[in-house]
Design a protein around this ligand. Structure first.
Ligand SMILES: *[C@@H]1O[C@H](CO)[C@@H](O)[C@H](O)[C@H]1NC(C)=O
Ligand SMILES: *[C@@H]1O[C@H](CO)[C@@H](O)[C@H](O)[C@H]1NC(C)=O
Length: 349
C-alpha cells in the first residue's frame, strides 16, 4: 500500500507524445499496449487475437451486424503492423480477399470488469490516414468493446457492446454507441443502438475515452460516459437502461477491446470508384489503456459519503476519510496527520 502511495503521489507529467499512455492524477494504469516493437512486425500476440476471415461467416460472431465487404487478413502485416514508431497501423487494401478488399482487426486477450465503487477509464489515441475525405467512401474504422460472454456463447447484442469511436466515409464525425439486450428493438433500439456523435477537429491523433462511474451503490445512478479529447459528449446511466440485468452486461461484466478498419457494409455503404486504399486510408493507434481510480482515491468513498466525495475533495473543508487516515497511520506512523491530509488534498485536487 505504502509504495503504491508514494508512486501515486509522484508528480504527474503527461507526455506530449500522442502515442504514450498518459499518467492521470488519481488513476492507476492497469493495462496498456503502446505498440512498441519493430516496424513491419505483427502486434504482440500475447495481448491480441489476430483476426482473419470473413467475420459474417464466423460462427462466434455471426449474429453481429458486421461489414460484408472486407476480408480481415490480419495475419498479413500489409494489413496490420507495428509502425516501428510505437504505433499500430491497420491498413485497408484494394484487390484480394473474397470481396475485393482486405483489412485488419485485432481483439484483446485482455479482459476486465469495471471495478465496483470506483471510476474506470479506457482510452486510445487514434488518427486517420491523410487521404482526402472524398476518397474514403466505404471506410469504417472503429475502437470498441464487446462483453466477453460472446466468447462463451451469449449472442449479440445480449453480450453488450460499447463503441468508443466509430467514423464512416472519412467524415469528421465520431460516434459513441451502446448495443444491448436484444435485436431487433429492445432497450438499445437495435440494430441502431443508443448513441451520440461529436465533431472531430481533424484526422490527426485524438484521444477517445470511455468511463464507467460506479461510485454509487445505486445501479440506476451509475454511468458510462464517452469523451473526445477530454470533452464528454454522451452519457448513459443505469436509469436510462432501466433494467439491472441488462445494465450488468454493460457495467459489471468482463469486456475486451477491438480495433478494426472495416470496409463497406450497411452503415457506410460500399467503397466507390474514387475510394483510395493504403496508408492514406489507415487507422493508426498510439496506445490502448485501461486505468482505474487508485486505492487512495477509492478509500475516500469508504467514509460513507460517496455522493459528495468526488466533487468535495478539492475543497479544503472536506475531511480526509477516517479509514484512509487510519490506514496511512498504520503503514507510516511517522508521518503526521497534517502531512497526510495535505498530501491527500494535493493528490485529489
Ligand atoms: C493474406 O495475406 C497473405 C500474406 O500477405 C497473402 O499471401 C494472402 O493472399 C492474403 N489473403 C487474401 C485473401 O488476400
Ligand atoms: C455528505 O455530503 C453532503 C454534501 O456535501 C453534506 O451535506 C453532508 O453533511 C455529508 N455527510 C456526512 C456524513 O459527511
Amino acid at each position: 500500500m505504502w509504495s503504491n502511495t508514494l508512486l501515486a503521489l509522484a508528480p504527474f507529467v503527461a507526455s506530449s507524445l500522442a502515442w504514450t499512455p498518459p499518467s492521470y492524477s488519481g488513476f492507476n494504469l492497469r493495462w496498456t499496449d503502446a505498440f512498441g516493437g519493430s516496424g513491419g512486425a505483427s502486434p504482440d500476440q500475447g495481448n491480441w487475437n489476430i483476426i482473419t476471415g470473413d467475420l459474417n461467416v464466423n460462427n462466434e460472431l455471426e449474429t453481429c451486424p458486421l461489414p460484408k465487404f472486407v476480408y480481415f487478413n490480419s495475419s498479413s502485416t500489409r494489413n496490420l503492423q507495428l509502425s516501428g514508431g510505437n504505433t499500430l497501423q491497420i491498413v485497408p487494401w484494394k484487390g484480394g480477399g473474397t470481396h475485393g478488399w482486405t483489412s485488419g482487426r485485432i481483439e484483446s486477450k485482455y479482459t476486465f470488469t469495471p471495478a465496483a465503487g470506483v471510476v474506470t477509464r479506457v482510452e486510445a489515441s487514434i488518427r486517420f490516414g491523410s487521404n482526402p475525405i472524398s476518397a474514403k467512401q466505404g471506410l469504417w474504422p472503429a475502437f470498441w468493446m464487446l462483453g466477453n460472454s460472446i466468447r462463451n456463447g451469449v449472442q449479440w447484442p445480449g453480450c453488450g457492446e460499447l463503441d468508443i469511436m466509430e467514423t464512416v466515409n472519412g467524415l469528421l464525425t465520431g460516434y459513441g454507441t451502446v448495443h444491448c439486450d436484444r435485436a431487433p428493438g429492445g432497450i438499445c433500439q437495435e440494430t441502431q443502438g443508443l448513441g451520440k456523435s461529436i465533431g472531430i477537429p481533424n484526422q490527426e491523433f485524438h484521444v477517445w475515452r470511455l468511463e464507467w462511474d460506479l461510485t454509487s451503490s445505486n445501479w440506476q445512478s451509475q454511468s458510462i460516459k464517452w469523451f473526445l479529447d477530454g470533452q464528454a459528449y454522451h452519457t448513459l446511466t443505469g436509469g436510462n437502461i432501466g433494467n439491472q440485468a441488462v445494465w450488468n452486461t454493460l457495467a459489471h461484466a468482463p469486456m475486451f477491446f477491438i480495433l478494426n478498419m472495416a470496409v463497406g457494409g450497411g452503415w457506410p455503404g460500399n467503397p466507390n470508384g474514387v475510394t483510395q486504399d493504403g496508408y492514406g486510408a489507415m487507422m493508426e493507434v498510439g496506445y490502448v489503456a485501461h486505468y482505474q481510480r487508485n486505492n487512495m482515491a477509492a478509500m475516500k468513498f469508504a467514509n460513507g459519503n460517496s455522493s459528495s466525495a468526488e466533487t468535495d475533495y478539492p475543497n479544503t473543508n472536506t475531511p480526509v476519510a477516517p479509514e484512509m487516515m487510519a490506514l496511512l497511520d498504520k503503514e507510516a506512523p511517522s508521518i503526521s496527520a497534517n502531512t497526510i491530509t495535505r498530501m491527500a488534498r494535493r493528490f485529489f485536487s
